[in-house]
Design a protein around this ligand. Structure first.
Ligand code: PHE
Ligand code: NA
Length: 454
């Protein structure tokens, strides 16, 4: 049997984990979620979710990967023969996410190029949906491949699979050592530029204005937990996979804090940049910031191009910076999602990494072509909806309940982590995982079922 691959350096592991965490969720999801859920006041439930669920689960997953030294299915199997399925569930969700996450990166590549000559024009909505995606009239109708999406999509997969072929140290680690510092620099330039725009302060005022009354609303807490789960890439088998490549002597707990706070810092930075820009737009149009707020695909591919058209100077350069950062943030996350099932296949079937990348990644790439058709956006919406319902919170809930209550593994994991980490895990960690998190996630799932069934 081959010996397990390893990260070359501690910084390499941290950058790769931060690379997985920092993604589209930070740039287009967080600012809108925070704004809609109490603005400045949202930071209270958000920090609570980070400290009681985000970082504790991150520590738990890092410890599982490190202790059992396997991809998620193998680690869970080594923990207890009966729990291998839990790992495969995460792997399956990761696989589905990768099929559409790759498509969004492909759009961002096209838009980086369109930035240079403003070829999205002024009717940005018409351009995205009409011209670029060439959407079918009827949802469910596949239609033909859209060349503008197809070509960049092939590039995305070629880059990701190329990096994964090279392995953990020479591929994933080196890519993140380049992508993440580059991303931080590009994004800092964006934020500094954005803050100089007229109206930027009005945007920040709107973003940070606290609406403390909202804290009493349980939905706001649910939103905070949902954001933390998606944003930290936890409960998807990813962080277990990455930590299985750590050397024996590794300070897991400290690493988890660095990754958790690093991701949140980037989220805050993105919130400031996005709202400074929305403030500019609102001021220029003479309307309130609330009239221009958007998130998701609409923010990145409709609202932002429209605003960038109006910038007083450097439009093309700025457009390129923004979409290039989406590409870098997205690629480093896609690498981690894809590695999750590559590692699962290698461990399960004892095949070479090259074969696993070809089969697993190749299959995902072929499926992703479905979203490059004229029906693409409809399928993308459906997949994303499915994942949000049956992925994120549900796996997280099952995972903590199994480990804390069914297998009673928390103590063992705690001892393992404390044996190698500077920060000692006390009873706060066990209480967060066995009581606080299951209650909040249980409540979340109950709400989801009620909403869908009644
Ligand atoms: N954490 C990434 C983000 O914030 C997204 C992601 C989710 C990546 C799930 C991998 C798995 O965008
Ligand atoms: Na994130």
């Amino acid at each position: 049997m081959e010996t397990r691959s390893q990260w070359g350096t501690r910084a390499g592991f941290i950058l790769a984990a931060v690379g997985s965490a920092v993604g589209l969720g930070n740039i287009w999801r967080f600012p809108a979620v925070a704004y809609e859920n109490g603005g400045g006041a949202f930071f209270i439930p958000y920090l609570f979710a980070l400290l009681t669920a985000g970082i504790p689960i991150l520590i738990m997953e890092f410890t599982i990967g490190h202790k059992y030294r396997g991809s998620a299915p193998l680690s869970f199997k080594r923990m207890n023969k009966k729990t291998e399925w839990l790992g495969w569930w995460g792997v399956l969700v990761a696989f589905v996410i990768s099929t559409y996450y790759s498509v969004i990166i492909a759009w961002a590549i096209s838009y980086s190029i369109f930035s240079f000559n403003g070829s999205w024009g002024t009717d940005t909505e018409g351009f995205l949906f009409g011209e670029y995606l060439n959407l079918a009239e009827v949802p469910g109708q596949i239609g033909s491949l859209v060349p503008g999406v197809f070509i960049p999509l092939i590039i995305v997969w070629a880059v990701v699979l190329g990096i994964l072929f090279k392995g953990v140290k020479k591929g994933i680690e080196i890519a993140n050592r380049i992508f993440i510092p580059a991303l931080v620099i590009l994004f800092l330039i964006i934020v500094i530029y954005a803050l100089t725009l007229p109206g930027a302060l009005a945007g920040l005022d709107a973003f940070f204005a606290p609406d403390f009354a909202r804290i009493a609303d349980p939905d706001v807490w649910v939103a905070a937990y949902g954001q933390i789960f998606f944003s930290l890439s936890i409960a998807f088998a990813i962080m277990i996979t990455y930590s299985s490549y750590l050397p024996k002597k590794s300070d897991i707990t400290n690493n988890a804090f660095i990754v958790g706070f690093g991701n949140s810092s980037f989220e805050l930075l993105a919130g400031i940049g996005v709202f400074a820009i929305l403030g500019f737009m609102a001021t220029a149009a003479g309307v309130g910031v609330d009239e221009v707020v958007a998130g998701g695909v609409g923010l990145a591919f409709v609202v932002f191009p429209a605003i960038i058209n109006e910038f007083p100077f450097f439009n093309e350069f700025f457009g390129f910076l923004f979409f290039a950062s989406l590409v870098l943030a997205g690629l480093s996350s896609l690498i981690s999602i894809t590695e999750t099932y590559v590692a699962g296949l290698v461990d399960k079937f004892n095949i070479s990494r090259t074969k696993a990348v070809l089969f697993g990644g190749g299959l995902a790439a072929v499926i992703s072509l479905l979203y490059a058709t004229q029906g693409g956006l409809y399928f993308l919406d459906a997949a994303d909806y499915f994942i949000n319902q049956f992925g994120v919170a549900l796996i997280g809930l099952v995972e903590v309940v199994m480990i804390a209550w069914v297998l009673r593994e928390l103590k063992g994991l705690q001892t393992h982590a404390n044996g190698i980490s500077d920060i000692r895990l006390g009873s706060w960690w066990t209480i967060c995982l066995s009581v606080v998190t299951p209650i909040v996630l249980g409540y979340m799932m109950f709400g989801l079922f009620k909403q869908n069934l009644l």
